[in-house]
Design a protein around this ligand. Structure first.
Ligand code: BMA
Length: 379
């Protein structure tokens, strides 16, 4: 399907979602005769349609709130200023919502984030969320070295860590419940909690706990979110980091009832020297996600990837596009373009003047990839 030849009005999806049956109140049930899908089912239908048409939605973390040379301006985006369109998906992190901070761990105001999620929804795009909450046992950040099994403590009733975790999850759910469209209906969202659990760098990482406790952690969050009325507007994504086999990929899988999207976080490291390793990791880790998704009738996505600082300047055509054409992930999300004075060379999309702009334009123009203006093609 050649989405590039089609011109769409920018607010089409917002109208479409509302038009599918205005969802009222906390249960977000569809009403009216257009269909009987919930908000999350409508989102899933769009993703399934992308899958059926072998289209890949391009996603970028924190896209419109800062870039390599700017921070906090309105109406800007390195992606927009490079290829002329916003990403089809925007990704956000909720780290520090758990302590009631007005800004997240990367200094993005939660009020601004809410407004940008609405804007992305209204232009037809999709929003996805990860969360790097602080350690509920010691109050340190998500990456602090772990010397106890924090997860087991935190999922055990009666512990101080359990009280903290419940409060953290409650605050995250309360914030998500404020994300609404202009009719007051919940925004459709992809929630991707407790990610990269195959590695040990987060307090919830698999090597730092037991599989049983990890699954309880996931279930605890899901149940709390459902009880706060978010049950019908969220899809849930499972996203291990690099693994060596399908068996390893499934180690922490919380269960079919908890997961809608089989994801994988597979970063490209070591520049040109790392290309083959990255491609091999995609085949093994993302390949496992695809296989499981097919068997379970779910969808698969490359939930995080990228080549930090783009030392392979034509990475988008040399590396990512061949992966997109081989695997057709429903979406592929690259990480943030950190402002250079805050985190130098921590960017994953080209910006104006970057030597990778032409490569990124070819990626954008390819018929397989979908940016915001083409999202209406995915109904
Ligand atoms: C990491 C880095 C950090 C950032 C964190 C959460 O991968 O980008 O600088 O704080 O994600 O967004």
């Amino acid at each position: 399907m050649n989405t590039k030849s089609l011109i769409f009005p920018v607010v089409a999806c917002g109208l479409f979602v509302a038009g599918c049956g205005a969802r009222q109140g906390g249960d977000a049930q569809a009403e009216g005769s257009a269909d009987s899908l919930t908000i999350s089912q409508t989102l899933m239908q769009r993703l399934e349609n992308a899958q059926a048409d072998s289209l890949t939605i391009y996603g970028h973390d924190d896209d419109p709130v800062y870039g390599v040379k700017w921070f906090g301006d309105s109406g800007r985006s390195d992606v927009l200023e490079t290829v002329g369109d916003y990403p089809g998906m925007m990704h956000w992190d909720h780290g520090l919502i758990e302590v009631g901070s007005p800004v997240n761990l990367d200094s993005v105001s939660f009020d601004r984030m809410r407004a940008e999620m609405l804007a992305q929804h209204e232009r037809g795009g999709i929003n996805a969320i990860s969360w790097h909450p602080i350690n509920p046992a010691n109050g340190k950040d998500a990456w602090q070295p772990i010397d106890t099994d924090v997860v087991t403590l935190a999922v055990t009733d009666g512990t101080a860590a359990n009280d903290s975790l419940k409060a953290y999850i409650g605050r995250a759910a309360d914030y998500l419940a404020t994300l609404r469209d202009s009719d007051g209906n919940p925004l459709p969202l992809i929630m991707r909690p407790w990610h990269e659990m195959s590695g040990g760098w987060f307090w919830w990482g698999g090597p730092n706990t037991t599989v049983e406790s990890y699954r309880k952690l996931w279930a605890m969050m899901r149940e709390a979110f459902d009880s706060k009325g978010l049950g019908n507007s969220l899809l849930w994504a499972y996203s291990p980091d690099v693994v060596g086999s399908r068996e390893e990929y499934m180690t922490w899988y919380p269960g079919d009832e908890y997961v809608d999207i089989l994801g994988a976080d597979v970063y490209h490291r070591d520049g040109m020297d790392g290309i083959d390793t990255w491609l091999g990791n995609i085949d093994t880790t993302y390949g496992a996600a695809v296989e499981v998704a097919r068997e379970k009738g779910k969808i698969a996505a490359l939930t995080e990837t990228g080549c930090e600082g783009l030392p392979v300047t034509d990475w988008y055509t040399r590396c990512l596009l061949p992966v997109v054409k081989k695997w057709h992930p429903v979406y592929v999300t690259v990480w943030r373009n950190g402002s250079e004075w805050m985190k130098k060379d921590h960017y994953y999309a080209p910006y104006p003047g970057h030597p990778g702009v032409e490569s990124f334009k070819v990626f954008h123009d390819d018929n397989s990839t979908v940016f915001a203006r083409e999202m209406d093609a995915i109904r």
